[in-house]
Design a protein around this ligand. Structure first.
Ligand code: NAD
Length: 260
């Protein structure tokens, strides 16, 4: 029997088969969960629907998390179709490319607002709509990165957004813990995805992360998926407000990749 047998959950942020959300979807499906997905726009709908079918999903709806009306409509549909919810994964981020390429000190007010709104506030917006459906308690997980606490060249305003996301995780854990809902963040090492391609010199970042990690390599979307499935399951029933690293141990190192 899988560790998510009998549970229903949303995986928000699937774009294609390279997405971290796809690694999570495959792990959750394997562990017995029934899954629901969103997509952002028609172009991604064409990619998301066939993937969602592969994991037997019957809930696939449009959702742009920057729009409150769409958030209300999406979660109303979840309520209509499922009534109750056991878990939610938030795997969504966005920043303007210029804000990642130009020096951090030149970040505009609008680029700051956009990055923080979509990459951090949207977790709160989704959590406040999902929580009332988690009548028997539940689990929420969001995706973060080390750039929240250390300066990672090229991560810029996204680092500030991830810092806000990690702090939001702790405050949500406090509020929602009263309803038996656990809220955690998973800090993944670099993985080549659509979102990652916006980060300047991502290839160098991947090389440095592999060399500086304890395992001497990078992590896969499946490894992130497996750990997320654990955090969503009752095996993690005592874990909340945590930032859990899945980065092959890079964050405990000196950051110095050493001499080859
Ligand atoms: P991805 O491009 O596959 O996923 C990002 C998702 O965000 C996409 O599905 C996109 O549609 C969605 N999104 C963007 N704006 C949205 C909006 N307004 N409304 C709804 N959805 C929106 O890339 P990914 O790397 O799988 O990213 C998933 C999460 O993992 C992000 O939070 C990212 O910061 C985080 N993360 C990624 C890495 C990495 O190296 N890839 C490392 C650590 C954390």
């Amino acid at each position: 029997m899988g560790i998510l047998e009998g549970k229903r959950g949303l995986i928000l942020g699937l774009a294609n088969d390279k997405s971290i959300a796809w690694g999570i979807a495959q792990a959750c499906h394997r562990e017995g969960a029934e899954l629901g997905f969103n997509f952002l726009g028609e172009q991604l709908e064409r990619r998301v629907r066939p993937l969602a079918k592969k994991v037997n999903s019957r809930f696939i709806e449009a959702l742009d998390v920057s729009d409150d009306a769409q958030l209300d409509a999406f979660f109303d549909k979840v309520k209509e179709q499922w009534g109750e919810l056991d878990f939610m994964v938030h795997s969504i981020a966005f920043a303007n490319k210029d804000a990642l390429r130009n020096p951090f000190s030149t970040t505009s007010r609008e680029d700051f607002r956009l990055a923080l709104d979509i990459s951090a506030y949207s977790f709160i917006a989704c959590a406040q709509r999902a929580a009332p459906m988690m009548k028997a308690g539940g689990s929420m997980v969001t995706m973060t990165y080390l750039g929240a606490e250390r300066v990672i060249p090229g991560y810029n305003v996204m680092g500030v957004a991830k810092a806000a996301l990690e702090a939001s995780t702790r405050y949500l854990a406090q509020d929602l813990g009263k309803q038996g809902i656990r809220v955690n963040a998973l800090s993944a090492g670099p993985i080549r995805t659509l979102a990652a391609s916006a980060v300047g010199d991502f290839r160098k970042l991947m090389e440095k992360s592999a060399r500086g990690s304890m395992l001497g390599r990078n992590v896969s979307q499946n490894e992130v998926g497996n750990t997320t499935a654990y955090l969503l399951s009752d095996l993690a029933s005592g874990v909340s407000g945590e930032v859990h690293y899945v980065d092959a141990g890079f964050h405990v190192g000196s950051g110095d990749p050493g001499i080859e």
